[in-house]
Design a protein around this ligand. Structure first.
Ligand SMILES: Nc1ncnc2c1ncn2[C@@H]1O[C@H](COP(=O)(O)OP(=O)(O)OP(=O)(O)O)[C@@H](O)[C@H]1O
Length: 267
């Protein structure tokens, strides 16, 4: 590997009123292993931020910590701050389920429930006590429209979600995530299991969604990060190395390591 200075950093920040979510000295441990080494990062409202970096650099671990998903892993421990609307949601007093309503997640593999298309979307709301059919119908329609799936499924809402194609299932999972009206959507390689056409459709959906949501996406696909994100963070070995506008990261990054990584000359 070339002789990079891994202590160099170039990390942008934003004015407070533009920040949807931020972390301060965020560390993640799996048992004794420190996987994330204290990341300070801010995410701008109504923008798409991509996290890139080699396999094992900690992208998914960091992303999962942002809505406390690492709580579900027994050996994982997260320290530091995750600040959302003036609250450190990493605090033990915070209701994790409430936090996840505001900060939703879409996973790598589409994981619809084995239920109808309609009930996939209404499930969380019904569990929260929403019974009014008209309200539920409206949420189903709005969420499916926002996820660009409505036209394809509006006559088949009672069909099993598992009968949809992979790309449609992933858009259903996006619709399910936005049905509870989060502010922030975390997406962990949402298109990696999909064909190129479905991938394009997910990217187009993301571009539409950023009007209403702040999106943070992990991707291995450099073209996808370059095409679809406003900001890009380059991670390496549990650290955030460079973070800037996507156009700068891909054309004129500050650090040689970043430039080599995005151009495929890393190592
Ligand atoms: N559940 C876990 N238990 C123990 N170690 C883990 C766990 N999940 C991740 N790790 C370790 O944490 C480090 C970061 O992994 P992570 O999956 O977050 O990286 P990544 O950049 O998302 O990788 P990839 O691009 O391959 O998905 C790796 O060393 C990995 O082995």
């Amino acid at each position: 590997m070339a002789d990079y200075n891994w202590n160099d950093r170039h990390i942008i920040t934003f004015d407070d009123e533009k920040v949807a979510l931020s972390t301060k000295d965020l560390k993640v441990f799996y048992g004794d292993f420190e996987s994330i080494h204290g990341i300070d990062m801010q995410f701008e409202k109504n923008k798409i931020t991509a996290l890139i970096g080699p396999s094992g650099s900690g992208k998914s671990t960091y992303l999962r910590s942002l809505n406390r998903m690492n709580d579900t892993i027994d050996i994982a421990r997260v320290t530091g701050e995750i600040n959302y609307e003036g609250v450190n949601i990493n605090d033990t007093n915070v209701n994790v389920y409430e936090a996840r309503k505001c900060i939703g997640m879409v996973f790598q593999r589409p994981n619809p429930f084995s239920k109808s298309i309609y009930r996939n979307i209404t499930f969380a709301l019904e569990r929260a006590g929403v019974k009014d059919k008209k309200t539920l119908d409206e949420v189903v329609e709005t969420s499916l429209k926002q996820a660009a799936l409505w036209d394809q499924v509006k006559d088949d809402l009672n069909k099993s979600a598992l009968a949809l194609s992979g790309g449609q299932q992933q858009r259903l999972c996006i619709a399910r995530a936005i049905a509870v009206k989060p502010d922030i959507l975390l997406m962990d390689e949402p298109a990696s299991a999909l064909d190129p056409i479905s991938t394009m459709q997910i990217e187009e959906t993301m571009a539409d969604l950023k009007k209403d949501y702040t999106i943070i996406i992990v991707t291995h696909n450099m073209q996808q990060a370059a095409r679809s994100s406003d900001y890009t963070g380059f991670m390496y070995s549990g650290d955030l190395i460079e973070y800037d506008k996507t156009s700068k990261i891909f054309t004129n990054p500050e650090l040689r390591s970043t430039g080599d990584y995005v151009s495929g000359h890393f190592g």
